[in-house]
Design a protein around this ligand. Sequence first.
Ligand SMILES: Nc1ncnc2c1ncn2[C@@H]1O[C@H](COP(=O)(O)OP(=O)(O)OP(=O)(O)O)[C@@H](O)[C@H]1O
Ligand code: NI
Length: 271
Amino acid sequence: MLHVDNLSISFLRYDGFIHRREVTALEGVDLSISRGEILALVGASGAGKSLLAHALFGILPANAVVRGCLSIEGTVFNGARKMGAQGRRMALVPQSISHLDPLARCGQQLLWACRRGKTRKTRPELLAILEAFGLGPEVMELYPHQLSGGMARRLLLAMATVTEPDLIVADEPTSGLDPEMAGVVLHHLRRLADSGKAVLLITHDLVTALSHAERVAILENGRMLGIEQAQSFAGDGESLVHPYARVLWRAMPGNRFAVLPELGGGVACSS
Ligand SMILES: Nc1ncnc2c1ncn2[C@@H]1O[C@H](COP(=O)(O)OP(=O)(O)OP(=O)(O)O)[C@@H](O)[C@H]1O
Ligand code: NI
Protein backbone atom coordinates (compact mmCIF):
# COMPACT_ATOMS: atom_id res chain seq x y z
CA MET A 1 0.00 0.00 0.00
CA LEU A 2 2.82 2.40 0.90
CA HIS A 3 6.17 2.11 -0.88
CA VAL A 4 9.23 4.17 -0.06
CA ASP A 5 12.03 3.68 -2.61
CA ASN A 6 15.53 5.02 -2.18
CA LEU A 7 14.43 7.97 -0.05
CA SER A 8 17.15 10.44 0.83
CA ILE A 9 16.80 13.70 2.74
CA SER A 10 19.43 16.35 3.06
CA PHE A 11 19.44 19.91 4.31
CA LEU A 12 20.96 22.91 2.57
CA ARG A 13 23.29 24.82 4.83
CA TYR A 14 24.99 28.10 4.04
CA ASP A 15 28.59 28.57 5.10
CA GLY A 16 29.13 32.30 4.81
CA PHE A 17 27.26 34.21 2.08
CA ILE A 18 27.60 32.05 -0.99
CA HIS A 19 28.95 28.69 0.01
CA ARG A 20 26.10 26.25 0.08
CA ARG A 21 26.41 22.61 1.06
CA GLU A 22 24.05 19.71 1.55
CA VAL A 23 24.10 17.78 4.80
CA THR A 24 22.62 14.32 4.40
CA ALA A 25 20.32 13.14 7.17
CA LEU A 26 18.64 10.12 5.54
CA GLU A 27 20.09 8.04 2.73
CA GLY A 28 18.72 5.32 0.44
CA VAL A 29 15.80 4.21 2.61
CA ASP A 30 13.50 1.51 1.22
CA LEU A 31 10.41 0.17 2.92
CA SER A 32 6.86 -0.87 2.21
CA ILE A 33 3.78 -1.44 4.34
CA SER A 34 0.77 -3.57 3.52
CA ARG A 35 -2.80 -3.19 4.69
CA GLY A 36 -3.43 -5.11 7.88
CA GLU A 37 0.15 -4.68 8.99
CA ILE A 38 1.98 -2.73 11.67
CA LEU A 39 5.53 -2.00 10.55
CA ALA A 40 7.67 -0.69 13.39
CA LEU A 41 10.44 1.75 12.56
CA VAL A 42 13.00 1.63 15.35
CA GLY A 43 16.18 3.58 15.81
CA ALA A 44 18.07 5.65 18.33
CA SER A 45 17.42 9.35 18.84
CA GLY A 46 18.53 11.27 15.75
CA ALA A 47 18.42 8.23 13.47
CA GLY A 48 16.00 9.99 11.10
CA LYS A 49 12.66 8.40 12.05
CA SER A 50 10.68 11.64 12.30
CA LEU A 51 12.29 12.97 9.12
CA LEU A 52 10.95 9.97 7.24
CA ALA A 53 7.47 10.60 8.68
CA HIS A 54 7.63 14.29 7.80
CA ALA A 55 8.73 13.48 4.25
CA LEU A 56 5.66 11.27 3.85
CA PHE A 57 3.45 14.19 4.83
CA GLY A 58 5.37 16.89 2.95
CA ILE A 59 6.06 18.88 6.11
CA LEU A 60 9.85 19.10 6.04
CA PRO A 61 11.35 22.59 6.31
CA ALA A 62 11.99 24.56 3.11
CA ASN A 63 15.74 23.88 3.12
CA ALA A 64 15.18 20.11 2.94
CA VAL A 65 16.02 18.33 -0.32
CA VAL A 66 14.06 15.10 -0.79
CA ARG A 67 15.02 12.47 -3.35
CA GLY A 68 13.53 9.09 -4.09
CA CYS A 69 10.06 7.82 -4.77
CA LEU A 70 7.02 7.63 -2.48
CA SER A 71 3.88 5.88 -3.65
CA ILE A 72 0.61 4.92 -2.08
CA GLU A 73 -1.44 2.24 -3.81
CA GLY A 74 0.51 2.79 -6.99
CA THR A 75 0.16 6.58 -7.04
CA VAL A 76 3.44 8.45 -6.77
CA PHE A 77 3.26 11.41 -4.40
CA ASN A 78 5.60 13.87 -2.78
CA GLY A 79 4.01 14.51 0.57
CA ALA A 80 0.43 14.00 1.73
CA ARG A 81 -0.07 17.75 2.23
CA LYS A 82 0.06 18.28 -1.53
CA MET A 83 -2.08 15.28 -2.42
CA GLY A 84 -5.65 16.50 -1.99
CA ALA A 85 -8.12 13.64 -1.61
CA GLN A 86 -5.36 10.99 -1.63
CA GLY A 87 -3.57 12.78 1.19
CA ARG A 88 -6.64 12.60 3.37
CA ARG A 89 -6.24 8.84 3.39
CA MET A 90 -3.04 9.24 5.43
CA ALA A 91 -2.77 10.61 8.96
CA LEU A 92 0.19 11.53 11.12
CA VAL A 93 0.31 11.31 14.89
CA PRO A 94 3.11 13.85 15.42
CA GLN A 95 5.85 13.25 17.98
CA SER A 96 5.47 16.69 19.52
CA ILE A 97 2.31 17.76 21.33
CA SER A 98 3.11 21.33 20.27
CA HIS A 99 1.18 20.47 17.08
CA LEU A 100 -2.01 21.19 19.03
CA ASP A 101 -3.40 24.71 18.65
CA PRO A 102 -3.10 26.36 22.08
CA LEU A 103 -5.98 28.74 21.34
CA ALA A 104 -8.66 26.21 20.36
CA ARG A 105 -10.67 23.86 22.54
CA CYS A 106 -9.87 20.17 22.11
CA GLY A 107 -13.36 19.41 20.75
CA GLN A 108 -12.86 22.08 18.08
CA GLN A 109 -9.53 20.53 17.09
CA LEU A 110 -11.17 17.12 16.80
CA LEU A 111 -13.81 18.69 14.50
CA TRP A 112 -11.06 20.31 12.39
CA ALA A 113 -9.45 16.88 12.02
CA CYS A 114 -12.81 15.55 10.73
CA ARG A 115 -13.14 18.45 8.31
CA ARG A 116 -9.60 17.91 6.98
CA GLY A 117 -10.52 14.27 6.39
CA LYS A 118 -13.84 15.35 4.77
CA THR A 119 -15.70 13.29 7.36
CA ARG A 120 -18.76 14.20 9.40
CA LYS A 121 -19.03 12.82 12.91
CA THR A 122 -21.81 13.23 15.43
CA ARG A 123 -21.01 14.30 18.99
CA PRO A 124 -21.54 10.75 20.33
CA GLU A 125 -19.08 9.47 17.70
CA LEU A 126 -16.51 12.07 18.76
CA LEU A 127 -17.00 11.12 22.40
CA ALA A 128 -16.55 7.47 21.49
CA ILE A 129 -13.18 8.09 19.82
CA LEU A 130 -12.03 10.09 22.86
CA GLU A 131 -13.17 7.26 25.09
CA ALA A 132 -11.22 4.75 22.98
CA PHE A 133 -8.10 6.62 24.06
CA GLY A 134 -9.15 6.90 27.70
CA LEU A 135 -10.33 10.52 27.47
CA GLY A 136 -13.61 11.65 29.04
CA PRO A 137 -16.25 13.94 27.45
CA GLU A 138 -15.02 16.91 29.51
CA VAL A 139 -11.92 17.01 27.26
CA MET A 140 -14.08 18.48 24.45
CA GLU A 141 -14.33 21.77 26.37
CA LEU A 142 -10.72 21.98 27.55
CA TYR A 143 -7.80 23.85 25.98
CA PRO A 144 -4.54 21.96 25.32
CA HIS A 145 -2.76 23.61 28.28
CA GLN A 146 -5.38 22.07 30.57
CA LEU A 147 -4.36 18.54 29.50
CA SER A 148 -1.49 16.50 30.88
CA GLY A 149 1.24 15.54 28.38
CA GLY A 150 -0.14 12.02 28.12
CA MET A 151 -3.71 13.30 27.57
CA ALA A 152 -2.47 15.65 24.83
CA ARG A 153 -0.71 12.74 23.11
CA ARG A 154 -3.91 10.68 23.26
CA LEU A 155 -5.86 13.62 21.81
CA LEU A 156 -3.41 13.71 18.88
CA LEU A 157 -4.05 9.99 18.38
CA ALA A 158 -7.82 10.56 18.44
CA MET A 159 -7.45 13.39 15.90
CA ALA A 160 -5.35 11.24 13.56
CA THR A 161 -7.60 8.20 13.69
CA VAL A 162 -11.08 9.76 13.91
CA THR A 163 -11.44 9.75 10.10
CA GLU A 164 -10.18 6.15 9.82
CA PRO A 165 -7.44 6.87 7.27
CA ASP A 166 -5.91 3.98 5.30
CA LEU A 167 -2.39 4.72 6.53
CA ILE A 168 -1.55 5.89 10.05
CA VAL A 169 1.96 7.05 10.83
CA ALA A 170 2.36 7.24 14.61
CA ASP A 171 5.58 8.95 15.71
CA GLU A 172 6.44 7.80 19.26
CA PRO A 173 2.74 7.53 20.18
CA THR A 174 3.40 6.03 23.61
CA SER A 175 6.09 8.43 24.79
CA GLY A 176 5.17 9.88 28.18
CA LEU A 177 2.34 7.39 28.72
CA ASP A 178 2.18 4.99 31.65
CA PRO A 179 2.26 1.29 30.71
CA GLU A 180 -1.53 0.93 30.98
CA MET A 181 -2.24 3.88 28.67
CA ALA A 182 0.54 2.83 26.31
CA GLY A 183 -1.22 -0.54 26.11
CA VAL A 184 -4.54 1.16 25.28
CA VAL A 185 -2.91 3.15 22.47
CA LEU A 186 -1.06 0.17 20.98
CA HIS A 187 -4.19 -1.96 21.22
CA HIS A 188 -6.08 0.69 19.26
CA LEU A 189 -3.39 0.79 16.55
CA ARG A 190 -3.53 -3.02 16.40
CA ARG A 191 -7.30 -2.88 15.99
CA LEU A 192 -6.93 -0.38 13.11
CA ALA A 193 -4.41 -2.66 11.39
CA ASP A 194 -6.66 -5.68 11.92
CA SER A 195 -9.49 -3.74 10.24
CA GLY A 196 -7.36 -3.38 7.09
CA LYS A 197 -5.42 -0.18 7.74
CA ALA A 198 -1.64 0.08 7.41
CA VAL A 199 0.26 1.41 10.43
CA LEU A 200 3.81 2.75 10.61
CA LEU A 201 4.73 2.70 14.29
CA ILE A 202 7.79 4.84 14.98
CA THR A 203 9.50 4.07 18.27
CA HIS A 204 12.93 3.91 19.86
CA ASP A 205 11.70 1.00 21.97
CA LEU A 206 12.36 -2.42 20.49
CA VAL A 207 10.20 -4.14 23.13
CA THR A 208 7.14 -2.08 22.12
CA ALA A 209 7.90 -2.77 18.49
CA LEU A 210 8.21 -6.51 18.96
CA SER A 211 5.04 -6.93 20.93
CA HIS A 212 2.80 -5.14 18.43
CA ALA A 213 4.33 -5.17 14.95
CA GLU A 214 4.57 -7.83 12.26
CA ARG A 215 7.89 -6.49 11.00
CA VAL A 216 10.58 -4.26 12.41
CA ALA A 217 12.66 -1.87 10.30
CA ILE A 218 15.90 -0.72 11.89
CA LEU A 219 17.20 2.75 11.11
CA GLU A 220 20.66 3.81 12.23
CA ASN A 221 22.31 7.15 11.46
CA GLY A 222 19.98 7.81 8.53
CA ARG A 223 20.42 4.39 6.92
CA MET A 224 18.09 1.42 6.89
CA LEU A 225 20.00 -1.50 8.34
CA GLY A 226 17.35 -4.05 7.53
CA ILE A 227 13.80 -5.20 8.02
CA GLU A 228 13.10 -8.28 10.11
CA GLN A 229 10.05 -10.33 11.02
CA ALA A 230 9.14 -9.51 14.64
CA GLN A 231 8.93 -13.22 15.44
CA SER A 232 12.59 -13.65 14.45
CA PHE A 233 13.57 -11.76 17.60
CA ALA A 234 13.56 -14.92 19.69
CA GLY A 235 15.99 -17.30 21.34
CA ASP A 236 19.53 -16.45 20.48
CA GLY A 237 18.46 -14.38 17.46
CA GLU A 238 19.56 -17.12 15.09
CA SER A 239 16.58 -16.46 12.75
CA LEU A 240 17.49 -12.80 12.34
CA VAL A 241 18.83 -12.00 8.89
CA HIS A 242 20.79 -8.84 9.66
CA PRO A 243 23.83 -8.93 11.94
CA TYR A 244 22.96 -5.57 13.50
CA ALA A 245 19.49 -6.85 14.48
CA ARG A 246 21.18 -9.82 16.16
CA VAL A 247 23.48 -7.48 18.07
CA LEU A 248 20.53 -5.32 19.12
CA TRP A 249 18.55 -8.36 20.26
CA ARG A 250 21.40 -9.96 22.19
CA ALA A 251 22.19 -6.65 23.87
CA MET A 252 18.72 -6.45 25.39
CA PRO A 253 18.48 -7.07 29.13
CA GLY A 254 17.36 -10.63 29.75
CA ASN A 255 19.10 -11.93 26.65
CA ARG A 256 22.80 -12.65 26.48
CA PHE A 257 23.34 -8.92 27.10
CA ALA A 258 26.64 -9.04 25.25
CA VAL A 259 27.85 -5.71 23.92
CA LEU A 260 29.63 -6.57 20.73
CA PRO A 261 32.32 -4.53 18.95
CA GLU A 262 29.82 -3.31 16.29
CA LEU A 263 28.04 -1.35 19.04
CA GLY A 264 31.23 0.35 20.02
CA GLY A 265 32.60 -2.22 22.46
CA GLY A 266 32.10 -1.87 26.18
CA VAL A 267 31.22 -4.16 29.01
CA ALA A 268 30.20 -7.66 27.99
CA CYS A 269 28.35 -9.74 30.49
CA SER A 270 26.92 -13.14 29.62
CA SER A 271 24.48 -15.04 31.73
N1 LIG B 1 15.42 21.09 10.02
C1 LIG B 1 16.56 20.38 10.13
N2 LIG B 1 17.72 20.87 9.66
C2 LIG B 1 18.87 20.16 9.74
N3 LIG B 1 18.96 18.94 10.30
C3 LIG B 1 17.84 18.40 10.79
C4 LIG B 1 16.58 19.08 10.74
N4 LIG B 1 15.62 18.28 11.30
C5 LIG B 1 16.28 17.17 11.71
N5 LIG B 1 17.59 17.23 11.40
C6 LIG B 1 18.61 16.22 11.69
O1 LIG B 1 18.20 14.97 11.17
C7 LIG B 1 18.55 13.94 12.06
C8 LIG B 1 17.35 13.02 12.31
O2 LIG B 1 16.36 13.74 13.04
P1 LIG B 1 14.97 13.06 13.43
O3 LIG B 1 14.15 14.10 14.12
O4 LIG B 1 14.37 12.40 12.26
O5 LIG B 1 15.45 11.95 14.48
P2 LIG B 1 14.56 10.84 15.21
O6 LIG B 1 15.07 9.52 14.79
O7 LIG B 1 13.13 11.13 15.01
O8 LIG B 1 14.99 11.08 16.74
P3 LIG B 1 14.08 11.09 18.09
O9 LIG B 1 13.94 9.64 18.50
O10 LIG B 1 14.94 11.85 19.05
O11 LIG B 1 12.79 11.74 17.79
C9 LIG B 1 19.10 14.58 13.32
O12 LIG B 1 20.49 14.44 13.31
C10 LIG B 1 18.71 16.01 13.20
O13 LIG B 1 19.69 16.86 13.74
NI1 NI C 1 11.61 11.72 16.19
